[in-house]
Design a protein around this ligand. Structure first.
Ligand code: GTP
Ligand code: MG
Length: 193
């Protein structure tokens, strides 16, 4: 898809703030600092529309980015950052449930994992949580540029095994740095929007 228009519409903390124009939505989920916002930027060819940071916890709200007046990318705050208070974690949980459980325009979730590392317990929980709500999940194994080509197959296999990815679900090797997997990501996305 040629992206001609991309804009942030709202940073929402609760349901009543979500856009109500009924456009399909693709959400990003994943650990803090894994590269969710970078994924969006890479796909839409914008350096920093979705704010990124080398420090975890940059994205704190549900950020709705309208793309070509056709669909939304929803950037979701990450999980698994140790320095978050219990209260903040609870707030995050409420926000996630409210969104993933009830959002009818949500068509698919791209779960971003770091291909270098074995998926964490939080990653497994998130995958299971999304499957529980019958949401189509695409696992994006990002930061592919950080491992040598000879080791990629092994790392991808570990991701699939640890998450126990269902056979119908796609696992996409990706890098926001090099753009590997970008065309494939659009190919998958288009089936949902
Ligand atoms: P939160 O909003 O804190 O949850 O983080 P996030 O998941 O949105 O991560 P973000 O996109 O802000 O990226 C975190 C850091 O990882 C930044 O320093 C990015 O430049 C870096 N990064 C993201 N994707 C890649 C990638 O594919 N390769 C490399 N080498 N670095 C990446
Ligand atoms: Mg972010």
């Amino acid at each position: 898809m040629k992206v001609t228009n991309a804009e942030i519409v709202i940073s929402a903390v609760s349901q009543k703030q979500y856009p109500n124009d009924q456009l399909p939505e693709i959400a990003l989920a994943g650990r803090s600092n894994v590269g969710k916002s970078s994924f969006i930027n890479k796909l839409i060819n914008r350096k920093n529309l979705a704010r990124t940071s080398s420090k975890p916890g940059k994205t704190q709200t549900l950020n709705f980015y309208k793309i070509n007046e056709a669909f939304y990318f929803v950037d979701v705050p990450g999980y698994g950052y140790a320095k978050v208070s219990k209260k903040e974690r609870e707030k995050w949980g409420v926000m996630m449930e409210e969104y993933f459980q009830t959002r009818e325009t949500l068509k698919a979730v791209f779960l971003i994992t770091d291909v270098r590392h074995e998926p964490t317990r939080d990653d497994i929980q998130m995958y299971d949580f999304l499957k529980h709500f019958d949401l189509p999940v695409v696992v994006v194994a990002t930061k592919l540029d950080k491992i040598p080509k000879t080791k990629r197959a092994k790392h991808l296999k570990r991701t699939i095994q640890t998450l126990q990815v269902e056979s119908d679900d796609i696992v996409l090797p990706f890098s926001s740095e090099t753009g590997e997997g970008k065309e494939e990501a659009w190919g998958i996305l288009k089936q949902y929007i």
